[in-house]
Ligand binder design. Structure first.
Ligand SMILES: NC(=O)c1ccc[n+]([C@@H]2O[C@H](COP(=O)([O-])OP(=O)(O)OC[C@H]3O[C@@H](n4cnc5c(N)ncnc54)[C@H](O)[C@@H]3O)[C@@H](O)[C@H]2O)c1
Length: 363
């Protein structure tokens, strides 16, 4: 497509002013690359709450009313519930706006094709944001893996524990659509939060050629159930194998400024290992990143380990990209489809008893 960088502050609208707005807004606050001109949400309380951040922005209850208003918009920060991603993003693109859409892209390949088609037909950029790719400790982990410091990569694993206690408040309305997603087989652990882990796998070691999964189910209380315990393993095209275990610990307290998600990444090399000890929450209180090699452990004490900073940097990257067109989008819509395929292959494998599934063959 013919994208012309703006070379001036981008006029942006936020669409969806719910829980995650609090973090996505960090890329916009105090950023000379952007002017926030509109805020959209059907909930009047959310509009009034977020207007305090942007007193000069116009507010609207719907995308349609923003489009009819004459307010000029270049790009939209789309923070809609997942079930609205396909139709919402189509409408945004059809209005001629570039879109930075929260992950996950959408529930299936048919939806993804519609989103790609709308971007192409309207000659607009669709980015599916992935803040984990901007978390500084994970950047350092990737750099260490690529440096040869721990030798050749022989394997890696990720761990994720959803704990029941601690963290920030999540309104019940945010859980309601997640429960609908769960009923569709797109649960909060594997598909919603899990999208990030699948993204980091592809980002670290490239395309995936085989996935094997065993997706579980934990009833927390009617109507809430979660898609854990789950184990997913895979092999990259370069031969590196990865694994990820997901568990729910309903009575565990986790200190966190955000969601109560205790996470780790550990890459094993032929000479040593590199490990990121935490991300969203403040689980293990030791340096966020450690590297073991040749009998010595090196600890990184000064990396920015605030998960919220990854939203700031992802947002700044997008707004800078619109100004300059420089570098990868992280992710483009096409790259996000690879993440979706990875997730769909896991579902297909689990449904078939854990057989190997090639995500490139998922339909
Ligand atoms: N990157 C991350 O780590 C991360 C974390 C949490 C959520 N998310 C993603 O962010 C998105 C939003 O999640 P959330 O937790 O903020 O949800 P939420 O339910 O808290 O907020 C969604 C908001 O959208 C509004 N809305 C509903 N229909 C709308 C419409 N037609 N037009 C405009 N606004 C509408 C709702 O009123 C609500 O305020 C989801 O895709 C979710 O998966 C990402």
């Amino acid at each position: 497509m013919a994208f012309a960088p703006y070379n001036r502050p981008v006029r942006a609208a936020f669409v969806g002013l719910g829980r995650i707005y609090d973090l996505n807004v960090r890329g916009y606050v105090g950023n000379p690359d952007v002017e926030v001109v509109a805020l959209v949400d059907p909930d009047p309380e959310r509009r009034a709450q977020r207007q305090a951040d942007w007193p000069d922005a116009a507010t609207f209850p719907s995308i349609t009313e923003l489009a009819a208003s004459g307010v000029e918009v270049d790009a939209v920060e789309s923070l809609l519930p997942i079930p609205l991603h396909v139709e919402g993003v189509e409408e945004l693109l059809q209005n001629g706006w570039h879109v930075n859409c929260q992950k996950p892209m959408c529930n299936d390949l048919a939806g993804a094709r519609r989103m790609l088609k709308a971007a192409e037909a309207n000659d607009r950029i669709l980015r599916i944001m992935e803040n984990y790719l901007f978390y500084q400790p994970l950047h350092k982990l990737k750099a260490v893996a690529e440096s040869g410091e721990i030798g050749d990569i022989v394997g890696y694993h990720m761990k994720m524990v959803g704990t029941g206690l601690g963290g920030w408040d999540v309104p019940w309305s945010s859980f309601e659509w997640q429960m609908e997603q769960m009923k569709l087989g797109r649960g909060i652990m594997v598909f919603d939060d899990g999208w990030h882990k699948l993204s980091t796998a592809i980002w670290l070691f490239g395309p995936i050629r085989e996935v094997r999964a065993w997706i579980g189910n934990t009833v927390i209380g009617d109507p809430i159930f979660l898609d854990a315990p789950t184990m997913i393993t895979w092999e990259h095209e370069n031969g590196v194998r990865g694994g990820w275990d997901i568990t729910v610990a309903p009575d565990m307290y986790l200190r966190s400024d955000y969601y109560t998600n205790d996470e780790r990444w550990e890459i094993t090399g032929s000479k040593g290992f590199a490990r990121v000890n935490r991300c969203t929450g403040r689980g293990i209180q030791q340096p966020v990143m450690e590297v073991y090699s040749a009998g010595e452990m090196r600890s990184y004490h000064a990396l920015d380990d605030d998960w919220g900073s990854s939203f700031r940097d992802s947002g700044r990257h997008w707004l800078n990209w619109l100004q300059t067109g420089d570098g990868p989008l992280l992710w483009s819509a096409e790259e996000a489809v690879d993440v979706l395929r990875f997730a769909l292959a896991a579902y297909e494998s689990s449904a078939a008893g854990g057989i190997g599934v090639d995500p490139r063959q998922v339909t």
